[in-house]
Design a protein around this ligand. Structure first.
Ligand SMILES: Cc1ncc(COP(=O)(O)O)c(C=O)c1O
Length: 441
């Protein structure tokens, strides 16, 4: 298919011509960073952009190119880059010290705000990242139940925990990451997303050993159906297992109380990160008092779950979290972003239809994703995996050359800082790319 190679070569040539500064910095980075990056998913061919600064909904790279940003820094910057209230709060508090490694007022204040906003949260333990929150939740579930097995779902992502690093990419039955001993998966059950019957059979087969069930209530841009969540809730109750929602992406973003507020089905534990820190490293496990109680250091060792973390409760992260949640408390920014997400999706569908492009656009609130080659919205990641992901990557690269950034292959995340004018400009760029067939891989 020579036209494919030509389209890809044209886009790459354009990308290279616009970004010589990123190319130079990448060449330098290659000397000292494996693969030139410090995050396995921050590389894309031919080299990643290097960013100079960011503000609101916009990124500017080292060559002075400006982008409307739909990556929003791994999903963290829901209230916009360089948000003045976050920056001011952090700057003010840093004058008193950056980290005490001891209790201080902001930890309790932020926990109280999380409890107020997240429907199922009664107690909170802070971490420095989403991955740590996931790891801790597994230990809490195991400590609470005295059991070992954890059920996860095909295609969902939960950070870099060894035991969960299986089943999240097609063909969903193995790990595609070396360095993890096979024994790490001994207590992991991989279940089909949105398929209650098959999931229930797996969970019941291991009922007496099941400590917890972990899932993203919205995974990528695929939502767990309400009946599925209700079914999981009742099976966990029946088996005495802990239901864990990984809301590291969806927390505070989909609504004031996250995806659980929209679904109306509550977990025992909720994992938070990303939006909460407003760009500062923070994560949290929030949950029912009865379960979270296992963390109480005053319990006897045989019933106590221990979790440490030098930087947990870091002053800057706590101050940032408070400034973020104060701005998200009335749910208005979330509604604004969701309205723009809907506008973007409608515009995308119109452009694809007018140009005869077979593509499905999923949109849930502010999250938007395109699946080339599908004729109906995927209900799970197996269906998603049938879409033309190479075309999606090229489409994102082509958009980057026109000033719209979405990490190649990833979903778009509209933030509260985006405007109607951003959506108009994005759709104009998209029209340009699709009309010229720049995405045709
Ligand atoms: C759903 C989900 N869970 C967990 C994580 C891990 O969070 P972190 O990268 O902060 O460790 C991520 C990160 O992208 C995520 O998307």
């Amino acid at each position: 298919m020579p036209e494919i190679a030509a389209a890809a070569a044209d886009v790459e040539a354009l990308y290279r011509a616009r970004t010589p500064g990123s190319a130079r910095l990448y060449a330098e980075a290659l000397k000292v960073l494996p693969g030139g990056v410090t995050h396995s998913n921050r590389y894309w061919a031919p080299y990643p952009l290097h960013i100079d600064h960011a503000s609101g909904s916009r990124l500017t790279d080292v060559d002075g190119n400006e982008y409307i940003d739909y990556g929003v820094a791994n999903g963290t910057m829901f209230i916009g880059h360089a948000n003045a209230k976050v920056t001011d709060a952090v700057s003010a508090v840093l004058r008193r010290g950056s980290h005490f490694g001891m209790s201080h007022e902001l930890i309790g204040k932020l926990a109280a705000k999380v409890v107020e906003m997240v429907p199922s949260a009664e107690q909170v333990r802070f971490t420095n990242s989403g991955t740590e929150a996931v790891a801790h939740s597994l230990r809490i579930a195991r400590g609470y139940t005295g059991r070992s097995k954890i059920a996860r779902f095909e295609g969902t992502f939960h950070g870099v925990i060894d035991s969960l690093h299986i089943g999240f990419r097609s063909p969903f039955n193995r790990s595609d990451c070396s360095g993890i001993p096979p024994g790490a998966y001994a207590d992991t059950l991989v279940c089909p997303y949105n398929d209650l019957e098959r999931t229930a059979a797996i969970l019941r087969r291991h009922g007496g050993e099941l400590a917890g069930v972990i899932l993203e209530p919205i995974s990528g841009v695929i939502a767990a159906e309400q009946a599925f969540l209700r079914g999981l809730r009742s099976i966990c109750d029946e088996l005495g297992a802990v239901l864990i929602y990984d809301e590291i992406v969806t927390g505070f973003r989909m609504a004031r109380g996250g995806a659980q507020e929209l679904a109306g089905v509550l977990p025992d534990l909720t994992l938070l990160g990303k939006v909460l820190g407003g760009g500062f490293p923070v994560g949290a496990v929030a949950g029912r008092r009865g379960v979270m109680d296992v963390l109480d250091p005053k319990r006897p060792p045989e019933t106590r779950v221990e979790i440490f973390g030098t930087y947990s409760g870091n002053v800057a992260a706590m101050a940032a979290g408070l400034a973020v949640l104060a701005q998200l408390d009335d749910g208005q920014p979330q509604r604004h972003a969701a309205r723009l997400g809907a506008r973007l999706a409608v515009g995308m569908r119109d452009i694809f239809a007018r140009h005869g492009e077979q593509a499905v656009v999923n949109q849930i609130g502010c999250l938007v994703q395109v699946y080339f080659g599908l004729d109906k919205a995927p209900r799970d990641h197996r269906e998603e995996a049938r879409s033309n992901t190479a075309r999606r990557r090229l489409y994102h690269m082509a958009l980057i050359t026109q000033g719209v950034f979405c990490k190649p292959g990833s979903e778009g995340r509209v933030s509260a800082a985006h405007t109607d004018a951003d959506i108009d400009e994005t759709l104009n760029c998209l029209e340009y790319v699709i009309a010229r067939g720049m995405h045709r891989a």
